[in-house]
Design a protein around this ligand. Structure first.
Ligand SMILES: Nc1ncnc2c1ncn2[C@@H]1O[C@H](COP(=O)(O)OP(=O)(O)OP(=O)(O)O)[C@@H](O)[C@H]1O
Ligand SMILES: [Mg+2]
Length: 444
């Protein structure tokens, strides 16, 4: 039979510590005690029976003596739990066996084994790293002061089934964990069972980030679509009403409507391209592509924009072919985005340099590195890690004014991932920005 769980009270002040450790119910484990004393009681009963039969003891006296001995066996003589006191040596705990400790130490996630009062019996290195305040033989409630964890420990100790509660670590980086507290029955050396609680921590940060990104994406996409749509319906109202007979206004408004409709179409195109590239991310493109004519085609296509912005495009391309395994359409979009960004956001520098070199990658493997460098205002360092997020813009107003959707670099990153390539962004405010797309060179 399982002993009834002890009750303990959890308070956050230090004085509550003593109360929590003292507040066990000492009589709760009587079935275990009776079982342990069973052999002694049997011998006593036989001796008393022999004395009664031989006429040396009255039956009533023998019965009273037996009851007293049974009562004495049931009384917990150690009412004060020595483990609760720091001055006294701890009571040897059957679950402190090295094998149990080895199992906890070998778990792949942070894990802590607690006794029924919440004291730490075993903890692994991952748990000690996650919550350095957790100490052997001390109450976990004081190390993890989260109210949800404290309440869950109390519920599980009181007989509840497993509980899962959130635990957010704020420093050094924000991590969302889920703490699972599971009741465990460990065998004791007397053949009984001892109640403990297994607390494991599961990192839910990637899941949480993915959920946030999905929510942000839906919100951003709707916002980006709603803005031109609102402009379109506004102009339609105006054309149906006040500007109905105003020919010059009608011409102007139709021009704006055309630009807004193109912006919506471009946004939808970019979204579709992104999802297509994502869908085929696992299939590596295998067409043989020479990057030199491809880069020339991109530069020729963007010449009108370069002229409009008064920017000179300089090239430094090798004489021999630069062959990679790739997808032509995707590579065109990738370089269009990079060169167009240089022309749009780095126009003040007056020139954009496009170069292609052979280099060794981080693991020494040969790469083709295509570099697009501008000499404009550059990008402040705090924005660099987020530039490839969908809809992320350093200056949203400026980007929208230039007709940008904020999806260009997200698409660049996904195309490079599919080509097993890398994107490097280097920038110093005031000294322009360099975007390098590196592609593995296929074997000759
Ligand atoms: N060469 C650059 N110099 C300065 N800022 C840049 C440069 N390239 C990109 N950025 C910044 O990064 C942001 C994201 O660029 P991205 O190409 O993803 O979107 P976009 O250019 O705004 O839109 P799209 O590429 O869809 O037309 C830009 O809005 C701009 O603020
Ligand atoms: Mg762009």
């Amino acid at each position: 039979m399982t002993p009834a769980p002890e009750r303990f009270e959890i308070r956050s002040d230090a004085a509550a510590g003593a109360a929590a450790t003292e507040a066990a119910s000492p009589f709760a484990a009587w079935p275990d005690r009776l079982r342990h004393a069973a052999l002694v009681l049997l011998v006593v009963a036989m001796v008393l029976a022999m004395l009664t039969i031989s006429g040396n003891l009255a039956l009533a006296h023998a019965a009273i003596a037996f009851c007293c001995i049974v009562a004495a066996a049931l009384v917990p003589w150690r009412l004060h739990d020595p483990a609760a006191s720091r001055d006294e040596p701890a009571r040897p705990d059957p679950v402190e066996q090295p094998a149990v400790g080895a199992v906890i130490a070998g778990m792949s996630e942070p894990a802590v084994l607690l006794d029924r009062a919440g004291r730490v019996i075993h903890l692994n290195a991952l748990a000690a790293q996650l919550a350095p305040a957790l100490r052997h033989k001390e109450l976990a409630q004081f190390a993890l002061r989260t109210p949800e964890i404290v309440a869950a420990l109390r519920e599980v100790a009181a007989g509840a089934t497993a509980r899962r509660v959130p635990f957010v670590e704020h420093a050094p980086v924000e991590r969302w964990m889920e703490v699972a507290i599971t009741p465990v029955e460990a065998p004791t050396t007397f053949g009984g069972r001892d109640f403990c609680m297994l607390m494991t921590f599961h990192d839910r940060t990637p899941l949480r980030r993915a959920e946030e990104m999905r929510a942000d994406f839906v919100a951003n996409a709707s916002h980006e679509l709603r803005t031109p749509l609102a402009a379109l319906s506004g102009f339609i109202d105006t054309l149906q009403g006040p500007a109905r007979d105003d020919a010059p206004a009608r011409e102007r408004f139709l021009g704006i409507m055309h630009a807004q409709a193109s912006r919506m179409a471009r946004l939808i195109d970019d979204l579709l391209s992104l999802s297509r590239v994502e869908l085929s991310a696992h299939v590596r493109p295998d067409a043989r592509i020479d990057l030199i004519p491809l880069l020339r085609q991109v530069i020729d296509g963007l010449e009108p924009l370069a002229r409009e912005r008064a920017v000179a495009i300089e090239t430094e391309l090798p004489a021999e072919p630069a062959i990679i395994a790739g997808d032509r359409e995707e590579l065109l979009r990738l370089f269009e985005n990079l060169v167009e960004n240089g022309l749009k956001y780095g126009a003040s520098g007056g020139r954009v340099a496009v170069s292609l070199t052979q280099d060794a990658g981080p693991e020494g493997a040969p790469e083709w590195q295509a570099r697009v460098r501008d000499f404009g205002p550059g990008i402040p360092p705090e924005h660099l890690p987020r530039l490839t997020e969908r809809f992320y813009r350093v200056n949203a107003g400026d980007s929208r004014a230039q007709g940008g959707t904020g999806l260009g670099l997200a698409l660049v990153k996904h195309i490079l991932n599919r080509h097993r390539g890398r994107l490097l962004i280097e920038s110093k405010p005031g000294a322009g920005a360099t975007f390098t797309a590196a592609f593995p060179r296929p074997p000759a």
